[in-house]
Design a protein around this ligand. Structure first.
Ligand SMILES: [Zn+2]
Length: 207
C-alpha cells in the first residue's frame, strides 16, 4: 500500500474528502469514497468506516477484494461498501465512487421518486452531456439498513446507463466517474444543482 501509485490515489481521495467536508457535504464522519485498484480481479481502495472526512490521510484507506475482505490497511469497511461493490460490478467503466450527505440533497429527496434537473448550464459538467437542454434524472430510492436488499435494487437501477448518480432518501448521493477527478466533478455539479433547486423551490414562480 506504499507504492507511488497508491499514495497518489489516496491523496486524490483525501483531497476530495477534505473539500467536501469544507463545503458541509460530509459532516459527522458521514460519506465514503472509493476508487478501483484493480478490475480483474476487482480490488477497491475505500475509506475505513467512522473517520472524520476532513482529516483523511494515507492510513485512512483499506484495500478490499470483491467480497470486502481486507487485503491491506487497518479499520473496517463501512456497511455501505456493498453499494460501491455493486456499482463497480455493474458499470465496467467506473473507476471511482463518491458518496456525500448534503443538506440540499437531503431536503430534495424527501418527497419524490426522482430529482429531475433540466435547463441548467452546469448540467454540462456531467460526462456525456453537451447542452443545457438536457434533463438529468436522479432516481431516489428508499433508505434502509439492509444493504444486501438495497444492493439488489441498485443493481436494477443501474440498467439505466443514462444516469450519473442516485439518491438514498433522506440519506445521501451516490455518484461515480471513470476517474476520481470525474467523480469529484459529478459531486460538485450535483451539489451545485441541488442547491439551486432547493433555493428556488420557495419562489412564487417555482413549479
Ligand atoms: Zn451514507
Amino acid at each position: 500500500m506504499k507504492t507511488a501509485e497508491s499514495t497518489k490515489t489516496y491523496t486524490e481521495l483525501a483531497d476530495a474528502a477534505r473539500e467536501f467536508y469544507r463545503r458541509g457535504w460530509v459532516f459527522g464522519t458521514s460519506g465514503n469514497f472509493s476508487m478501483l485498484a484493480s478490475r480483474e480481479p476487482i480490488r477497491i481502495t475505500i475509506t475505513a468506516s467512522g473517520l472524520d472526512k476532513g482529516r483523511l490521510d494515507d492510513t485512512s484507506f483499506l484495500e478490499i477484494d470483491a467480497d470486502s475482505n481486507i487485503l491491506a490497511g487497518s479499520g473496517k469497511p463501512s456497511a455501505e461498501t456493498q453499494i460501491h461493490q455493486t456499482i463497480y460490478r455493474r458499470l465496467p467503466n467506473v473507476g471511482s465512487v463518491l458518496h456525500t450527505h448534503s443538506v440540499w440533497g437531503t431536503l430534495l429527496s424527501e418527497d419524490r421518486g426522482a430529482i429531475e434537473i433540466e435547463g441548467y448550464e452546469m448540467l454540462k459538467g456531467l460526462a456525456g452531456v453537451t447542452t443545457h437542454e438536457h434533463t438529468e434524472r436522479v432516481p431516489v430510492i428508499e433508505n434502509t439498513q439492509d444493504y444486501t436488499a438495497l444492493s439488489k435494487d441498485i443493481e436494477t437501477l443501474l440498467a439505466d446507463t443514462s444516469i450519473h448518480g442516485f439518491y438514498l432518501r433522506r440519506h445521501g448521493l451516490y455518484t461515480w466517474g471513470e476517474t476520481v477527478a470525474e467523480a469529484r466533478r459529478h459531486v460538485e455539479i450535483f451539489e451545485f444543482l441541488f442547491e439551486v433547486l432547493g433555493r428556488s423551490s420557495g419562489r412564487p414562480d417555482s413549479p
